[in-house]
Design a protein around this ligand. Structure first.
Ligand code: NAD
Length: 452
């Protein structure tokens, strides 16, 4: 930590970083059965989804990091400039120190340990505060970390908002927060007290545009999977879909078929099946069913789903159309398995509507028309874009992952994660007394002759 810490840690050298990453990887491998059980308990997550979206991303991050870490750590030469003639310049990444990682409940394993991989790769010590709303996974992460690492190196502080706030009173060297934009604002205010740099991985309403030229069957499958995986509780899940009016009917039919194929034809089959997660808590269940009721009371039409069971926190994959633009479903991040469809005639109007709201974390386009795709990419701003695909940009480790504006600050994953936890220190070395011509007395100074 910065001020008040007993001693500044030197930061891990390459060999110790590699050992730490391999230790973490082995600990995860050894605990797979417990990880799967914890996520079943917290979110009813199907085992393949746990493997694909929680365990695999962390293991892939470790493997990718081990492959490239030496190169990332190497000081990079900076090209000379006229003014600094006679010097040698390098950018030397150094560990920031001790990082605080605060994570959410929706991917409570992957989003606690994924950032840890980057923190360790950059040579830092870390404290993780997992979400109290996924208590089984929080306990598991605490046990796994305490068995793998010494407590003064990596430590897990379990608890709720109070624990997070108490930790944020301390002068950490970096704060990596994943959660909602509302809490993100408070986190940034807390970090400001110590001028702690932040990475904020936030959320928001990620729109989808299905154009006239889309392969509707493929689009429906990708959107259904992106929306209903983890029962819609995914930061980059499609939030709502703008669909070209001319293809709306066929798209709705394909969407229904995709839902039936993935999760079952009836709510009974969906609830009994083993492919569909549950809503995390009674509070979120009430929030989501309330949003559906409000929209339907104002004239929205249920295209699919709508069934729910409070006791088991099951909410069927739900699709609505004609949702009032003022309804909560169109104002708040939905963060559940409810998908409003908005038909459109005019793409410029859709772009204007997107640009009128906060910048989303993801934006998805389904179309084959290159000009339309390019127009959407060029005229909107979002954390990331998926073209004819949903969610998968998260898993591409050679792409930065992060938001912009309301959806976040900074980036994670691969080299960008390493850089988030590193200070890129410029080092300038004088090789043969440069700059002498620019020192006083200034009369006859050579600088006068320099035109920049
Ligand atoms: P949240 O913001 O309520 O909580 C996140 C973490 O912050 C938890 O550990 C919680 O204990 C802590 N926290 C809550 N209130 C706090 C406060 N006042 N001060 C300090 N810490 C506090 O988020 P959530 O409900 O767990 O997660 C859902 C949100 O996270 C959604 O908005 C979603 O889009 C977003 N999200 C973003 C990403 C991403 O990578 N960008 C990934 C997953 C989730």
């Amino acid at each position: 930590m910065a001020d008040g810490a007993p001693a500044r840690r030197a930061g891990l050298d390459y060999a110790r970083r590699v050992t730490a990453l391999k230790t973490l990887s082995a600990a995860i491998r050894k605990s797979e059965a417990e990880i799967i059980a914890a996520l079943a308990e917290d979110l009813g997550k199907p085992e393949p989804e746990v493997r694909l979206t929680e365990i695999m991303p962390v293991q892939a991050e470790i493997a990718h990091t081990l492959k490239h870490l030496k190169r990332w750590m190497r000081p990079k030469r900076a090209r000379g400039t006229l003014i600094a003639f006679g010097t040698r310049a390098r950018i030397r990444p150094e560990p920031k120190g001790t990082a605080l990682i605060v994570s959410p409940w929706n991917y409570p394993f992957g989003l606690a340990l994924g950032p840890l991989v980057s923190a360790l790769a950059a040579g830092n010590a870390a404290i993780i505060k997992p979400s109290e709303l996924a208590p089984a996974t929080s306990a598991l992460v605490a046990r796994l970390v305490s068995e793998a690492f010494a407590p003064d190196f990596v430590w897990v502080a379990e608890g709720g908002v109070g624990v997070a706030q108490a930790l944020m009173d301390l002068p950490f060297d970096h704060l990596f927060f994943t959660g909602s934009p509302e809490v993100g604002r408070k986190v940034m205010a807390a970090a400001a007290r110590h001028l702690t740099p932040v990475t904020l991985e936030l959320g928001g309403k990620s729109p989808v545009i299905v154009g006239e030229g889309a392969d509707l069957k493929a689009a429906a499958r990708a959107i259904a999977w992106g929306k209903f995986a983890n029962a819609g509780q995914t930061c980059i899940a499609p939030d709502h879909v703008y669909v070209a009016r001319g293809v709306e009917k066929r798209f709705v039919a394909e969407l229904k078929a995709a839902i039936a194929k993935m999760y079952g034809r009836t709510p009974e089959a969906q609830a009994a099946g083993r492919d569909y997660a549950r809503i995390v808590s009674g509070r979120h269940f009430v929030r989501l069913t309330g949003m559906i009721d409000e929209a339907c009371a104002a004239g929205a039409e249920l295209v699919a789903g709508g069934e729910s069971d409070r006791a088991t926190r099951f909410l069927a994959p739900t699709v609505l159309r004609n949702v009032n633009p003022g309804a909560a479903l169109m104002r708040e991040e939905i963060f559940g398995p409810v998908l409003p469809l908005v038909p459109f005639d005019d793409l410029d109007g859709v772009i204007a509507r997107i640009n009128a709201g906060p910048k989303p974390l993801a934006l998805y386009v389904f179309d084959k028309d290159r000009a339309r795709i390019e127009a959407i990419c060029a005229q909107t701003s979002s954390g990331g874009v998926g073209i004819n695909v949903t969610l998968a940009h998260y898993m591409h480790l050679n792409l930065p992952f992060g938001g912009i504006g309301n959806s976040g600050i900074g980036a994670a994953h691969g080299e960008w994660g390493f850089r988030a936890f590193s200070h890129e220190k410029p080092v300038l070395e004088n090789r043969f007394a440069p700059l002498g011509g620019f020192m006083p007395p200034y009369r006859g100074m050579k600088a006068r002759r320099i035109r920049l």
